[in-house]
Design a protein around this ligand. Structure first.
Ligand code: ATP
Ligand code: MG
Length: 399
């Protein structure tokens, strides 16, 4: 057995010692069999959330209505989910209520794909009633049970199929893809937040191009916010090699392909329920990317963009121009590192100094003056020294 299963093993043992069954399940077992990097282990147990909480002194309720408790143990944290069925589905969405059960087989049966429905006990023994191992060997994405029924229960599974295709470079099994095409309209019932989580993973998968083709061929793209009228533009994403891009850089290149500029990016990203922090970051990338595609960086733009943004914009520039990474990235970052100031707070004067020297009370002029000082320092025309700035203001400044 390997990490992170090894560290989690005592959690399973404690559950077993208390008389319950406990297994590793889901993505961690799949990724272990695929020899992929394992992100986090999920544990399924016959104990109810209350029973789990009675065993471990430190727990956090993170999804108790779905039977999930976060167990804090030996410095690690582990999601323990009670075996459950999802008998009643409403409006093609995941069920409102789940029923806790004591039987592992039933729990595996409610899982989406056969490759995700394998359990492993703490000795490494696999419990694989739907032959997920064969699916993994043959690189096949296949629903547990009839695809039509399973997509009918929870339409998000259709998008999940395509995101796994993107991440794992598997193919979607024949009947599964048939059902997906037939029932694609059910995706209109799915909450944007759930779509976003899957779509982001899809965008960042190694097989992203194939996944985009499937989105286009199956009309799935029609059910993704802001994409329905952008088929031609979405296709442009196929022209780029995006492996090196992180999550927000990927959104930026998507917006670039969709011909959505910085100003309207907010509307698009809000439709995706993107957090404001990410919206700002992506908009900033788009702003400087547009400039960068027209001309080289100005010193002032390097200053305004900042280290991380310069790096992202340069990565996007390389991808969009289909060039190999050049020395220019280091060149721009060097220039940035050598700027006399990195932030307005680095300026060696305050607004109070300026008001005192010019004998004026505050007002909009102050901001303008501070901006001029800032620009002159960044351009190397003025030393960042209190006395020098004072002289410059009193002699060179029209104020
Ligand atoms: P990742 O490595 O990206 O986390 P994962 O397979 O662990 O992939 P999760 O979304 O974390 O995916 O879900 C954990 C497990 O829960 C899945 O492997 C699957 O067994 C089950 N599951 C998740 N979502 C669904 C769903 N909509 N329908 C049925 N089973 C699901
Ligand atoms: Mg997971």
């Amino acid at each position: 057995m390997i990490e992170p299963f090894l560290s989690a093993n005592p959690v399973l043992r404690k559950l077993e010692d208390a008389g319950y069954e406990a297994y590793f399940v889901g993505g961690s077992v799949r990724d272990y069999l695929l020899k992929r990097r394992i992100s986090d282990v999920d544990i399924a147990a016959s104990a109810t959330p209350d029973e789990v909480k009675a065993i471990f002194p430190k727990t956090v309720d993170i999804g108790i209505e779905h039977g999930t408790v976060l167990v804090l143990f030996n410095g690690g944290s582990y999601e323990v989910t009670t075996f459950r069925t999802e008998a009643e589905y409403q409006d093609y969405r995941r069920p409102k209520e789940v029923a806790f059960i004591r039987n592992l087989q039933e729990d595996l049966k409610r899982r989406d794909f056969t490759m995700n429905a394998i359990a492993m006990d703490r000795n490494g023994k696999l419990i694989d009633p739907f032959d997920g191992q064969t699916a993994i060997r043959d690189k096949i994405i296949q629903t547990v049970g009839k695809a039509e029924e399973r997509f009918g229960e929870d339409a998000l599974r259709m998008l999940r199929a395509v995101r796994f295709l993107s991440q794992l470079a598997f193919t979607i099994e024949k009947d599964t893809i048939k059902a997906l095409i037939k029932q694609i309209d059910l995706l209109k019932n799915i909450a944007v937040e759930r779509k976003k989580a899957e779509f982001e993973k899809l965008l960042n998968g190694k097989n992203q191009k194939e996944a985009i083709k499937v989105l286009l061929d199956t009309n799935l793209f029609l059910y993704l916010p802001g994409l329905a009228t952008k088929k031609r533009q979405l296709k442009q994403l196929l022209n780029f090699q995006c492996e090196s891009l992180n999550k927000n850089e990927m959104w930026s290149i998507l917006l670039f392909c969709l011909e959505i500029k910085e100003k309207s990016a907010g509307t698009f990203l809000r439709e995706w329920r993107m957090p404001i922090k990410d919206i700002r970051e992506i908009q900033k990338m788009l702003l400087f990317l547009e400039k960068r595609l027209q001309h080289e960086w100005s010193v002032y733009d390097l200053y305004r963009a900042g280290h991380d943004n310069i790096l992202s914009v340069e990565k996007l520039y390389v991808v969009i121009n289909g060039i190999r990474e050049t020395d220019s990235m280091d060149h721009w970052l060097d220039l940035y590192e050598n700027l006399p100031i990195k932030h307005v707070a680095d300026i060696n004067v305050t607004g109070n100094d300026v008001m005192k020297w010019l004998d004026k009370s505050g007002g909009p002029w102050l901001k303008v003056t501070l901006l001029r000082i800032e620009a002159a320092i960044v351009a190397g025309e003025l030393e960042n020294n209190k006395q020098k700035i004072k002289e410059w203001l009193l002699t060179c400044s029209p104020n």
